[in-house]
Design a protein around this ligand. Structure first.
Ligand SMILES: *[C@@H]1O[C@H](CO)[C@@H](O)[C@H](O)[C@H]1NC(C)=O
Ligand SMILES: *[C@@H]1O[C@H](CO)[C@@H](O)[C@H](O)[C@H]1NC(C)=O
Ligand SMILES: *[C@@H]1O[C@H](CO)[C@@H](O)[C@H](O)[C@H]1NC(C)=O
Ligand SMILES: *[C@@H]1O[C@H](CO)[C@@H](O)[C@H](O)[C@H]1NC(C)=O
Ligand SMILES: *[C@@H]1O[C@H](CO)[C@@H](O)[C@H](O)[C@H]1NC(C)=O
Ligand SMILES: *[C@@H]1O[C@H](CO)[C@@H](O)[C@H](O)[C@H]1NC(C)=O
Ligand SMILES: *[C@@H]1O[C@H](CO)[C@@H](O)[C@H](O)[C@H]1NC(C)=O
Length: 612
């Protein structure tokens, strides 16, 4: 009996993988460390078609072993005789040895009495002193040396005291984890900004932090998957995100093509999927760094970028302005005259310009900021540093203003230095009164229109209901339940969310083709199954009409038809999102939609007939 017990105990002991490497122990190729709850595993692997061996950490339970960190990414082992030792000299350095005991890679750690290496549940490999669990006392951690992935809890940024810079960088290819040219990190010069580079060239600048998000990245919003923070003080500057539910992992990946993306694990599809509301960095042409050159604002106008000079500025090379290359930018119409006093012109709703040579003072007000900028003749612009609570702090520019983008909803106000005479000219040219009158007239017309339309709809509905009751000809017993006054609120879905859900509108997910376009099956990140009808672009309907139509369809839903749960009108697309019911046939979906829409159209045309 005792023997059996011992035997069992022994098997259990050996079956339980260890997460700790003690002094004098080693891990050879084929052996692994596994974190406490088995989320991550450390060991040797060969990426893709490669035969070389690398020491790395990967997800153990999900993603078919998605590699998240590589130790010797630039120094591959040629065979399976590598070993990871924790230095027997007792200084806590991790060393990766090849077959001839040459050191291929090593960690940096200061001397300590009882060093151990532990693979934590977060995916962080740390070297620490014995049982000390205070992260501040870690002697070394893999999270300080990210490879191509930013995991929850990792800092992206710079330790200003030690100079340690944590950034993510692409692999050369899926077969070769060697560090390649694409890098995303934080540039601490001037006022810190998140920057994506290829080599030394900036490709994209997310901008400085404005208290809520990077100024050029308004899509970074509070969301159900992760929280984020930004810290900037004299010791360090970093961005970090944390998962809200550890069961819904999310990470930022720099893939070999230099296309940084946020991915989230989809339990339903067993895949990493691009995440909403922030997946890629470069969303449109205007996100290309300095596309329009100095003193120009890039404006996305129906899918193509348009450059516009700031007011008071003119194209530097007018003959080339209309060509694609606008990087020459704009110049002042009137030179500054600092001695006799310049003024400032407000430019609303922009992504603030490059702050690599800027200064910030978080304590002063916008008024003091203006004064500060006025006093220094080389100051070209100022703005609030923090947008929270109506705005505070002071950001100053001393160089050409570069890389601005029109952000109509979440852009910031920038105050641009301008010659006083130029300001007068601009002021004089403004057709102020006429504009105001025009606005008033338009508003009055609009309001009247809305009231009239509302009245028509109400009247028609009343009339229609009466008719239906008397002659019984209304076949569609639509779900009115007497709540006529109930306000309709149809959720607007994010394009990326729908793309995620349908695996980027893959053919595999296509249920079929309806009269108005293809229908896809999908799964939202919350797990709800949906059917997406993607209206073909050729249907020739305007966006506004589409939105009205959708609202009406939603209001008129028939209880036997599939339920409309939202729509999406981003990226020049129009999609209707319905609840997916597995026991409905494909035809129910396609014709269900048509039926609903047909009902809408008959409703609309009868409205026109009744009130021509
Ligand atoms: C590495 O560890 C192994 C096994 O613990 C040991 O035999 C070897 O001597 C160590 N090598 C070095 C260089 O410390
Ligand atoms: C491991 O999982 C258990 C149960 O789910 C949980 O209570 C514990 O906190 C987890 N440990 C770590 C280190 O995450
Ligand atoms: C998962 O990995 C194994 C071995 O690495 C491979 O054979 C299999 O095809 C992979 N599965 C998927 C879905 O990628
Ligand atoms: C720690 O040990 C390693 C390998 O044994 C050695 O190369 C390194 O110089 C030592 N570092 C310190 C700080 O003593
Ligand atoms: C092992 O590494 C050492 C030092 O990096 C190198 O000189 C030696 O050639 C390597 N041996 C093999 C078999 O790769
Ligand atoms: C260790 O520190 C040295 C000097 O500070 C640095 O050059 C080297 O890159 C560091 N190595 C690692 C693996 O961090
Ligand atoms: C203006 O500001 C710049 C940048 O801070 C500084 O180098 C320069 O000395 C200032 N000039 C004056 C006149 O204060």
């Amino acid at each position: 009996m005792l023997i059996i017990y011992c035997f069992l105990f022994y098997t259990i002991r050996t079956a339980t993988a260890r997460d700790t490497l003690n002094l004098g122990q080693s891990i050879r190729d084929g052996e692994t460390l596994v974190s406490a709850n088995e989320s991550f595993e450390l060991g040797f692997f060969s990426p893709g078609k490669s035969k070389s061996r690398y020491l790395g950490i990967w997800y153990k339970k999900i993603g078919n072993g998605t590699v998240i960190w590589v130790a010797n990414r630039d120094a591959p082992l040629s065979d399976r005789s590598g070993a990871l030792n924790i230095s027997s000299q007792g200084n806590g350095t991790l060393i990766l040895l090849n077959s001839t005991n040459g050191i291929v890679w090593s960690s940096n750690a200061s001397r300590t009495r009882n060093p151990v290496a532990v693979l934590l549940e977060s995916g962080n490999l740390v070297v620490k002193d014995g049982k000390d669990i205070d992260p501040d006392n870690f002697l070394w951690q893999s999270f300080d040396y990210p490879s191509h992935i930013l995991l929850a809890g990792m800092k992206l940024g710079v330790n200003l005291v030690t100079g340690l810079n944590r950034f993510i960088s692409s692999w050369k290819s899926t077969d070769d984890p060697a560090q390649d040219d694409y890098v995303y990190g934080i540039d601490p010069s001037g006022v810190p900004q998140a920057v994506f580079r290829k080599g030394s060239t900036i490709r994209y600048r997310a901008g400085s932090w404005n208290g809520l998000h990077w100024t050029g990245m308004p899509q970074l919003q509070p969301n159900p998957v992760y929280t984020f923070e930004y810290v900037s003080n004299e010791n360090e500057v970093f961005y970090r995100f944390n998962l809200i539910k550890s069961s819904v992992p999310s990470m930022m990946v720099m893939n070999p093509l230099g296309d940084p993306q946020r991915l989230t694990w989809m339990e339903q599809t067993q895949k990493w999927a691009p995440f909403v509301p922030f997946s890629g960095l470069i969303l449109d042409q205007c996100d290309n760094y300095a596309l329009c050159g100095a003193y120009a604002v890039c404006n996305m106008n129906s899918n193509s970028a348009k450059c516009e000079c700031l007011e008071g500025f003119v194209p530097k090379s007018p003959s080339e302005w209309d060509l694609l290359d606008k990087s020459d930018g704009c110049v002042r119409r009137t030179q500054l005259d600092c001695e006799h006093g310049d003024g400032f012109l407000k430019r609303e709703s922009v992504k603030l310009p490059d702050t690599r040579f800027s200064l910030v003072d978080n304590k002063i007000s916008l008024l003091e900021c203006k004064e500060l900028c006025s006093k220094n003749c080389s100051c070209t612009a100022y703005a609030n540093a923090d947008v929270r609570g109506g705005g505070s702090g002071c950001l100053l520019w001393f160089h050409d203003l570069i890389d601005m983008k029109e952000l109509s909803e979440s852009g910031q106000d920038l105050f641009v230095r301008m010659a006083a005479s130029e300001l007068d000219d601009i002021e004089r040219k403004k057709p102020k009164k006429k504009k105001k009158v025009a606005i008033v007239i338009t508003s009055v017309l609009l309001v009247t229109g809305v009231i009239l339309l509302g009245g028509f709809v109400y009247l028609w509905k009343r009339r229609h209901r009466k008719q239906g009751k008397t002659d019984g000809s209304s076949k569609l017993d639509y779900n009115d339940r007497g709540n006529r006054e109930e306000e309709m609120e149809l959720p607007i879905f994010d394009w990326m969310a729908i793309a995620n859900a349908t695996e980027n509108f893959s053919d595999k997910n296509k249920l079929g083709e309806g009269g108005f376009g293809p229908v896809y099956k999908g799964v939202l990140i919350e797990g709800q199954e949906i059917a997406v009808k993607r209206l073909s672009k050729s249907s020739g309907q305007g966006m506004e009409e589409f939105e009205n139509e959708v609202l009406l369809i939603a209001k008129l839903q028939h209880r036997n038809l599939v339920k409309l749960i939202g729509c999406c009108t981003q990226r020049d697309e129009r999609m209707l999102i319905y609840e997916y019911l597995p026991n409905k046939s494909l035809n129910d979906f396609i014709f269900g939609f048509l039926y609903t829409e047909h009902f809408f159209w008959s409703f609309f045309s009868s409205l026109l007939r009744t009130y021509p």
